[in-house]
Design a protein around this ligand. Structure first.
Ligand code: NAP
Length: 371
C-alpha cells in the first residue's frame, strides 16, 4: 500500500542506446533506510507483531500519526509500504509546507518525518499490506508475510497516480513514459517532452521538467486549467512551455522507446501526431482502499468514508489523509489529519481502558454508524 503507481523503484528507465533512459537510481533508499534492526515488536497472534496502534501508510498522514502516537507512549507500529513515504517521494519542491521558507524537496521532508517518528520510538516496517480482518478485535493485518494484530488501527494509505489506460502507454512505461518527473526528469536533458493534465500536478511537473528538457508541451483535454492561478501563471509565462489545448493523448508511438504521440482534438475528433521523446502523466490519483473494502465504507469514488471526525464505520479503526480526502489533498492537510487520528485513537483506547475489561473489547465485529 501507499505505493504510488509511479513506483519509485518501479520506474526503471531502460538504457537502450540513445533513448532518454538509463537505469534510474531510486529515490526512496537515499532517505528511507530501514533501521539495521527494527525495534522488537510485541509477539502477537500467529507469531507476528502486536501494536496498541497500528498505522498503515507512511505519507504525511501516517508519519504524523506515528509521531503523535509515539509521543503518547502508544508505541505505534507503522506498516510503511514496500515503497515508503507516499506521494511526496515523487514530488520535487514543496513550497507550501509551513516552516520551510525556501521550500523543501519531498523525499527530504518525508525522511525528516520518518526520523522524527523513530526518535519517539515508532517502529516502521517497509512491507505492503496483503489483507486485513477488521471483524473482531484485536484487528488482524497480514503484511509482508507476517500476521500483525492491533487494538486500534489508523488507515493512512493515501492515493496513487492514475494512468491514461492506453496499451502502448503501459508497454513503454520506463522507456520514456513516466508519472514521476522527480524520478525521471534527469534522463530527458535537451529533449522535447510532454506532460498530460491540467491540474496543479501537471503544471508543477511541467515547470520542474523545464530544468532538463529543451521544450515541454502540456497536453490538456479542455481549454482551461484546473490548477491554481499562481502555477498557471508560471507555466504560461515560461519560455520553454507550450500548451496543446483541447487535446487528448489517444496513442503512444514507438517500438522500444517513445517516439511520438497520437493526439485527438476533443472538439473535432481530428487526429494528429506529435513527435516527442518523453511523456509524463499527471492526471490525478485513486485512493488505495482495495484491501479495506470488505470492511470499511467507501464513497462512490472509492475513498474511505469518515464520520465523527476521523472514525471509520468500525470502532477502533481511524482514517487519515488522502485515502479519504479528495477535496484538499495537501501534505499539510494530510499531516493535520494524521494528528487528529492519533489523538482520536489515543482517547478511544483510554475510554476502552477506563470502561474496564467487561466493555473494553466490544463484541466481535461491532460497528458504529457513519450516518
Ligand atoms: P487534479 O486537480 O484532479 O487534476 C487532474 C487533471 O488531469 C485535470 O486537469 C483533468 O482534466 C486531467 N485528467 C483527468 N483524467 C484525464 C484523462 N483520462 N485524460 C486526460 N486528462 C485527464 O489532480 P492533480 O493535479 O494531481 O491535483 C490533485 C490535488 O493536489 C489538487 O487539489 C491540487 O491542487 C493538489 N496539488 C497541489 C500542488 C501544490 O500546491 N504544489 C501540487 C500538486 C497537486 P479536467 O480538468 O478536464 O478534469
Amino acid at each position: 500500500m501507499n505505493d504510488n503507481d509511479a513506483g519509485i523503484g518501479g520506474l526503471q528507465m531502460l538504457d537502450d542506446g540513445d533513448a532518454p533512459a538509463a537505469p534510474i537510481a531510486p529515490i526512496a533508499p537515499i532517505a528511507m533506510e530501514q533501521p539495521a534492526e527494527a525495534a522488537p515488536a510485541t509477539a502477537g497472534a500467529g507469531g507476528g507483531a502486536h501494536a496498541r496502534v497500528l498505522i498503515i501508510g507512511s505519507g504525511p498522514a501516517g508519519l504524523t500519526a506515528a509521531i503523535y502516537a509515539a509521543r503518547a507512549d502508544l508505541e505505534p507500529l507503522v506498516i510503511a509500504g514496500f515503497v515508503p513515504g507516499g506521494q511526496l517521494m515523487i514530488t520535487s519542491e514543496v513550497e507550501n509546507f509551513p516552516g520551510f521558507p525556501d521550500g523543501i524537496d519531498g523525499p527530504t521532508l518525508m525522511a525528516n518525518m520518518r526520523a522524527q517518528a523513530e526518535r519517539f520510538g515508532a517502529r516502521l516496517h517497509d512491507v505492503d499490506v496483503e489483507s486485513v480482518d477488521l471483524s473482531e478485535r484485536p484487528f488482524k493485518v497480514d503484511a509482508g508475510g507476517t500476521r500483525y494484530t492491533a487494538d486500534a488501527i489508523i488507515v493512512a494509505t493515501g492515493a496513487s497516480a492514475i494512468w491514461l489506460g492506453l496499451e502502448n502507454e503501459e508497454r513503454l512505461r520506463g522507456r520514456g513514459v513516466s508519472a514521476c518527473a522527480t524520478c525521471d526528469g534527469f534522463f530527458f536533458r535537451d529533449r522535447k517532452i510532454a506532460v498530460v493534465g491540467g491540474g496543479d500536478s501537471a503544471l508543477e511537473e511541467a515547470l520542474f521538467l523545464t530544468k532538463f528538457a529543451s521544450e515541454v508541451v502540456i497536453i490538456h483535454r479542455r481549454d482551461e486549467f484546473r490548477g491554481s492561478r499562481i502555477m498557471q501563471n508560471r507555466a504560461r509565462s515560461h519560455p520553454k512551455i507550450s500548451i496543446e489545448w483541447n487535446s487528448q493523448v489517444t496513442d503512444v508511438l514507438g517500438e522500444n522507446k517513445i517516439e511520438g504521440l497520437e493526439l485527438t482534438d476533443t472538439r473535432s475528433g481530428e487526429k494528429r501526431e506529435m513527435p516527442i521523446e518523453g511523456l509524463f502523466i499527471a492526471i490525478g490519483h485513486k485512493p488505495n482502499t482495495e484491501v479495506f473494502r470488505e470492511h470499511l465504507d467507501v464513497d462512490d469514488k472509492g475513498y474511505l468514508e469518515v464520520a465523527d471526525h476521523t472514525r471509520s464505520n468500525i470502532e477502533g479503526v481511524f482514517v487519515a489523509g488522502d485515502v479519504h480526502d479528495h477535496r484538499y489533498r495537501q501534505a499539510i492537510t494530510a499531516a493535520g489529519d494524521g494528528c487528529r487520528a492519533a489523538l482520536d485513537a489515543e482517547r478511544w483506547l483510554e475510554e476502552q481502558a477506563d470502561a474496564g475489561p467487561a466493555t473494553a473489547m466490544p463484541a466481535a465485529g461491532e460497528t458504529v454508524s457513519t450516518a
